[in-house]
Design a protein around this ligand. Structure first.
Ligand SMILES: O=P(O)(O)OP(=O)(O)OP(=O)(O)OC[C@H]1O[C@@H](n2cnc3c(O)ncnc32)[C@H](O)[C@@H]1O
Length: 479
């Protein structure tokens, strides 16, 4: 049984794993990009830490896996570029023994909601491209939000060495020191952490046994709360106010302009409740760059009014009290890294000030300072920074006190923080549920101890024999 026994849906196919695996490839087919990660197993005994490492990664050009739905040949070609790279990196004699997994995330969960047949077609089309390579293709599937959260948590704690640290006898006695995982994607966001308190909702509760230690883990994935979908929702809220098809948007820098088609905006199931039939077909967004007003708009997407549990995050979702340290990755890292706010010593108040300052900068000035950054990313840092602050503070309940417990993580020991490594470790059974039995003493120490105790025994017997003989001699002497 795999270590992550509760995630039963994680079995991709019933194909046996290649016998001499030394490499593994995972494709993360997200809403905004597909990325290809290549991992290498440590050579036996060479690597004390036994950590599987990322040796290469490649971002597929284009707009995520759903672009396969619109133009399969073009999407296939850009995927081929990354797969060709994998073929260059992995030695030829190892290629047939290298498993390839594709996991699609929230972008495909949304496509499946809109059109399940199309989602299946996309997966089979990508599968055909992957099958044309000499690797051992193990299947393409849409992973659940729960899996995305759980595998992200496994990845960061594996790379940080927390599972092994907890597996010794001392580690098993003390409270588990794991990092919670905060993952912000384009279409969904996940929060996952070990909770000492009872998890009141079954669907948010996971139990893992890893390296001989049990973990009760809380996880929730919020579909439509990734930063791209959140931006769409924030824009959609303003459409009723649209005057002459123009929206004044405080979440973009002043001077910034963008044209959007409402058909495209409304194509997402995330906007279903905000659709208005009288909306103009095109709208022009004009930035006004105001952090406070942006924050007010962003907060409209968090419903804090209903909760049927003892406590909730938002939208009636149960969330226990935040516990321990957290690692925040994916878009949390991209955005905070751009804003130079990844240093743990920066207080929440200073982070807010920095985002406010960035939002108030004229677009011209921002563009001049960062000419090399993709315009889509650059134009959205004001919104993204504000959204991250709202999600963490208003959504999950972080505050000035526990803000210092969040570390913004890009890479850990050379591997990207994200769900892919955890996914592969689970499917290749690389994390055992129990610690492999290791004798307390090595063979040499055992022999040494046996010799020592034998000599000690002979010495004791001799001493006793001598001391028992002496009185008799003395007695004889007295008589
Ligand atoms: O799990 P889902 O929701 O499908 O998400 P995803 O797979 O699209 O998630 P990614 O981690 O690829 O990206 C998360 C978001 O970060 C954005 N992003 C990627 N690189 C970035 C960068 O350098 N600067 C700013 N944003 C970036 C990207 O457009 C997404 O909105």
């Amino acid at each position: 049984m795999g270590a992550v026994a509760l995630i039963t849906t994680a079995v991709v196919q019933n194909k046996p794993l290649p016998k001499n695996m030394k490499y593994g490839i995972v494709l993360d087919a997200g809403s905004s990009h597909t990325s290809v990660y290549i991992y290498e197993w440590p050579a036996e005994k060479e690597n004390d830490t036994g950590v599987v490492q990322q040796i290469d990664a490649c971002k597929v050009d284009g707009n995520g896996i759903s672009s396969y739905a619109h133009d399969p040949p073009v999407a296939g070609l850009s995927l081929q570029k990354c797969m060709d790279k994998a073929r260059e990196v992995i030695p030829e004699q190892q290629q047939r023994e290298t498993p390839v997994y594709l996991g699609a995330t929230a972008g495909m969960r949304l496509l499946r909601l809109n059109n399940a047949t199309l989602a299946d077609e996309v997966l089979s089309s990508v599968g055909s491209t992957l099958r044309s390579y000499p690797f051992e293709f193990q299947g393409a599937r849409i992973i659940t939000g729960q899996e995305e959260g759980a595998y992200g948590w496994i990845t960061i704690n594996y790379l940080l060495g927390n599972f092994l640290e907890n597996s010794g006898w001392l580690g098993r006695l003390k409270q588990s020191a794991t990092f919670g995982a905060l993952d912000l994607g384009g279409a969904s966001t996940q929060i996952t952490f070990v909770s000492k308190k009872e998890i009141e909702s079954q669907e948010n509760s996971l139990h893992f046994r890893l390296y001989g230690k049990s973990y009760d883990v809380y996880t929730h994935s919020y579909l439509c709360y990734g930063k791209d979908q959140a931006l769409r929702r924030q824009i959609a809220y303003t459409i009723p106010d649209a005057n002459n098809s123009t929206i004044l948007d405080p979440c973009f820098n002043s001077g910034y302009r963008r044209n959007t088609s409402t058909k495209d905006l409304y194509s997402s199931p995330c906007i279903a409740q905000q659709r208005i039939s009288t909306a103009p077909s095109n709208i022009e967004i004009k930035g006004t760059g105001n952090y406070q007003l942006c924050k007010q708009k962003v907060e409209m997407i968090f419903n804090k009014t209903q909760c049927t549990y003892s406590q909730c995050s938002f939208n009636g979702i149960f969330q226990p009290n935040l516990e321990g340290e957290f690692g925040a990755f994916s878009a949390y890292y991209f955005v905070m890294d751009f804003l130079k706010l990844t240093n743990e010593k920066i207080s929440l108040e200073r982070v807010k000030e920095a985002v406010k300052t960035h939002c108030s900068r004229p677009w011209e000035e921002v563009l001049k300072e960062f000419p090399k950054i993709k315009e889509k990313y650059l134009s959205e840092y004001c919104f993204s920074g504000t959204y991250i602050l709202s999600l963490l503070e208003n959504g999950f309940g972080f505050n000035s006190e526990n803000w210092k417990d969040i570390s913004f993580l890009g890479k850990i020991k050379g591997s990207d923080a994200g769900w892919t490594l955890g996914y592969m470790l689970n499917l290749t059974n690389m994390i055992p549920a129990e610690l492999p039995y290791s004798p307390p003493l090595s063979h040499g120490s055992y022999i040494g101890l046996m010799v020592f105790f034998s000599i000690l025994l002979v010495f004791i017997i001799l001493t006793c024999w001598l001391s028992l003989r002496k009185p008799k001699c003395l007695q004889k002497g007295i008589i």
